[in-house]
Write a protein that binds this ligand. Structure first.
Ligand SMILES: Cc1cc2nc3c(=O)[nH]c(=O)nc-3n(C[C@H](O)[C@H](O)[C@H](O)COP(=O)(O)OP(=O)(O)OC[C@H]3O[C@@H](n4cnc5c(N)ncnc54)[C@H](O)[C@@H]3O)c2cc1C
Length: 404
């Protein structure tokens, strides 16, 4: 059966849903269909992340991440309050545990100020102890605006908004093929054929393949990095008030293994960042021959491997050894032992890598014929989704193929 729509959004993660919602709010009467391959929405990164509402402190001033995180966070908090969705704002401490991290911590403080992040304060070693008796460090930045939420619940709420606005969200509807025609894109998906005047690609881990399948050149390759979590036994015993983060390596787009509070009084440690051997390899032993072949054929993968061989090896080792994981956490929380860590879940980051093997830091959108593709939307895209959705909407409405 062939169905027609104005816009097909491929991917029912938080970015696709926020984009569809933004389109419908701006253009009532537009026909928008979201296609999600999973049995439920938030099947990818959105349903497997840390649930942190980032404040925008880390990101390079002027970058899309910096602007959209600060704006997206403010709008997300308004949205959560309006809808009565559960969330908390415990704040976080970014803790320097070695003298060589102090300069980087200062840089994060400067970036936070430049990005307009409010209330950020430098804390001494004594102040860290006073704020968090279980933690220690040489100095910290306190970021009071960092919060926690369940992003899958937020995504479900965006999906309800879409349906209230007259749009459609279809699960079990994986896009299998797409071909550009004279007046749009013909999409073959698991539920049938959909002819759309325009397509928006928000397929996360499959973003590069989707772009190519629609005749666009993503230039980057998506590399899957698994983030594995532990949960802390007896969470009440720790009496933690804040999220605790190390000072990240500025050369990497990952924030380092941190300690996060969950909405239901749990405590998680993680995620690490291990090269996954498949785009759905949520467990260590899983792999995909097709995904490994794709990796091997991209020149960026080899450059990436050369550049980050040591770091990658260490991540593998830490993934295999709970003792190393616990030892790294002890730099911030000295009383954590191996026995305190219970294996938790995992998420897979869709990280774009360019042909030179660089990990692409910022959000990236590219145009294709009759389509627009989000080819890099790593953290903090969940926090930023309402703002990023507006950017996607505006770019689609002013697309060179101007069909809407
Ligand atoms: C371990 C981890 C921790 C993170 N922590 C945070 C955090 O604390 N705060 C934060 O702001 N961000 C965090 N992030 C990042 C955040 O989760 C992502 O940036 C965000 O979820 C991206 O949303 P998305 O919609 O682009 O992608 P996704 O959520 O991955 O959605 C893409 C969707 O497309 C679907 N899809 C793929 N191919 C097809 C196809 N062919 N047809 C139909 N559907 C398809 C997938 O099933 C998926 O549901 C984290 C990410 C990870 C992995």
């Amino acid at each position: 059966m062939t169905e027609r729509t104005d816009v097909a959004v491929v991917g029912g993660g938080i970015v696709g849903l926020a984009s569809a919602r933004a389109l419908l709010r701006a253009r009532p009467g537009l026909h928008v269909v979201v296609l999600e391959r999973g049995n439920a929405i938030a099947h990818g990164q959105t349903g497997h992340n840390s649930g942190v509402i980032h404040s925008g402190a880390y990101y390079r001033p002027g970058s899309a991440k910096a602007r959209l995180c600060v704006d997206g966070r403010r709008r997300l908090l308004d949205y959560l309050s309006t809808k009565g969705l559960e969330h908390r704002i415990p704040g976080k401490l970014i803790i320097a545990t070695r003298p060589d991290q102090l300069a980087r911590l200062r840089t994060i403080g400067e970036r936070a100020a430049a990005n307009g992040v409010e209330g950020v304060r430098w804390r001494s070693a004594e102040e860290i102890r006073a704020l968090e008796p279980r933690a220690c460090g040489l100095a910290a930045l306190e970021v009071p605006g960092t919060g926690i939420v369940d992003y899958a619940a937020v995504a479900r709420s965006y999906a309800r908004d879409i349906e209230d606005l007259g749009g459609t969200v279809r699960t079990r509807s994986e896009l299998l093929r797409a071909s550009v025609t004279s007046d749009g894109v013909e999409i073959e998906h698991r539920g049938g054929i959909l002819e759309a005047r325009m397509l928006v690609g928000c397929a996360g881990i499959e973003a590069d393949r989707l772009a190519r399948c629609c005749g666009a050149d993503p230039t980057v390759q998506i590399v899957p990095f698994r983030g594995e979590y532990y949960s802390l036994r007896d969470p009440d015993r720790w009496g933690l008030n804040h999220l605790l983060y190390p000072v990240p390596d500025p050369a990497l787009p990952f924030l380092g293994v941190h300690v996060t509070l969950t909405l239901h009084r749990g405590i998680e440690a993680g995620p690490n960042a291990v090269l996954a051997l498949g785009r759905q390899a949520y467990r260590r032993h899983e792999f995909s021959v097709r995904d490994l072949a794709t990796l091997a054929l991209h020149p960026g993968s080899w450059a990436l491997a050369r550049r980050w061989a040591r770091t990658g090896l260490y991540e593998e080792l830490r993934s295999l050894s709970r003792s190393i994981y616990a030892r790294d956490l002890r730099a911030m929380v000295p009383s954590i032992t191996d026995e305190d860590l219970r294996p938790g879940g995992a998420g897979i980051r869709a990280q774009a890598v360019d042909r030179a093997g660089r990990l692409v830091d910022d959000f990236v959108l590219i145009d294709g014929p009759r389509s627009l593709h989000v080819v890099n939307a790593p953290s903090p895209a969940a926090t930023s989704a309402l703002a990023l959705g507006d950017v996607i909407r505006d770019r689609l409405l002013h697309h060179r193929d101007g069909a809407l």
